[in-house]
Design a protein around this ligand. Structure first.
Ligand code: IPM
Ligand code: MN
Length: 359
């Protein structure tokens, strides 16, 4: 008997549980249609539990996620009554680091019928993938504050690029780009985004590794380089220029929010925190937050979470099931008035039902 797909579900805060519920509905339907079996176990990590008990997540929880699950589906992190940073660092970043999810894969795809804020741009123009390094850079938390609250206060925050961390991310990106080219969904064009003219140390490590690895092992992939500020400009002016982008953590965080906007907003943007190594446990999430003001109203768009589920399946040995969910999303987007919460013309649960219907 084939192995059951073991999924840990972390609905989290705010609208997280509502959107996750719809994704699970889609999962149940696609598993039936594609004939695979899975188990989904829910965990109540998040703001409510933290407020009641002071508990976020511990080593034993992480060990459990690592050893018992193939993948994690996350709803949202962030609670209005919890000081910003506590859950982001204690839960989301903790999991990314502890599970060594060193790739943050964020497709920027404009689906059919989705309003794009860019004039005269359509689904053929906005269609690329951002591969964000997810375990280094300014996110390591190295630094400190000296002489705090005095006129001589000094603070530092270190940007870290290790050859090992940069290289594994670049190799993933080259492979990803090559696979897209072979499948006819990309043109073998990989853009490194950095700021090498100012960040002359970290930028140099990235740039040299990019050139060396590309020359030695990926001569079939066209290498391209953009400064981060220029990339922001091209995202808006000529998004069709991009095929695959590889970028360090902090810049990747920023450009993927811009990417989410040009693909129609947070209601539709999904991402995967991926540990591609054998046995790695990856975590998929809608890239928007917990949207407290919409909580419990059944108006939030579940498509981003359903798209995260599609990515989960595509990357967890159920490629055809994942592709099928993606196709069902494509069939659903033209039927919604807007991707924005409260303006879809349908409720959260109706949109989930529409995707199930389209499967
Ligand atoms: C994201 C978020 C996180 C990040 C925050 C919540 C820590 O903005 O997933 O993009 O900066 O990576
Ligand atoms: Mn972000």
């Amino acid at each position: 008997m084939p192995k059951k797909l073991q999924i840990a579900v972390l609905p989290g805060d705010g609208t997280g549980p509502e959107v996750v519920r719809e994704a699970l509905k889609v999962l149940e339907a696609v598993a039936r249609l594609e004939g695979f079996s899975y188990e989904a176990e829910s965990f109540d990590f998040g703001g409510d539990r933290f407020l009641k008990s002071g508990y976020i997540i511990d080593d034993a929880d992480i060990e459990q996620l690592r050893s018992n699950f193939d993948a994690i589906l996350l709803g949202a992190v962030g609670h209005p009554d919890v000081k910003p940073g506590i859950l982001e660092k204690g839960l989301l970043l903790r999991l990314r680091f502890a599970l060594d999810q060193y790739i943050n894969l964020r497709p920027v795809k404009l689906y059919p019928g989705v309003d794009c804020p860019l004039k005269d741009k359509g689904p053929d123009d906005v269609n690329f993938d951002v591969i964000r390094e997810n375990t280094e850079d300014l996110y390591c938390g190295n630094g400190g504050i000296l002489r705090k609250d005095t006129p001589n206060e000094v603070s530092t925050q270190e940007m870290i690029a290790t050859r090992f961390g940069v290289e594994r991310c670049l190799r993933y990106a080259f492979e990803f780009c090559r696979r897209k080219k072979a499948e006819g969904t990309g043109r073998g064009h990989l853009t490194l985004v950095h700021k090498t003219n100012v960040l002359t140390y970290c930028g140099d490590t990235w740039f040299r590794a990019f050139e060396q690895i590309g020359q030695a092992d990926y001569p079939d992939i066209e290498r391209d380089y953009n400064h981060i500020d220029a990339a922001c400009m091209w995202f808006v002016k000529n998004p069709e220029y991009y095929d695959t982008i590889v970028v360090p953590n902090m810049f990747g965080d920023i450009i993927t929010d811009l990417g989410a906007m040009i693909q129609g907003g947070m209601g539709i943007a999904a991402g995967g925190n991926i540990n591609p190594d054998p046995g790695g446990t990856s975590m998929y999430e809608p890239i928007g937050g917990s949207a407290p003001k919409y909580t419990g109203k059944n108006v939030i768009n579940p498509l981003a979470t359903i798209a995260a589920l599609a990515m989960l399946l595509q990357n967890s040995g159920q490629r055809s099931a994942g592709d099928r969910v993606e196709q069902a999303i494509r069939a659903t987007t033209p039927r919604l008035k807007s991707m924005a919460a409260g303006r879809m013309g349908h409720s959260t649960s109706e949109v989930g039902d529409m995707v199930v219907g389209a499967l």
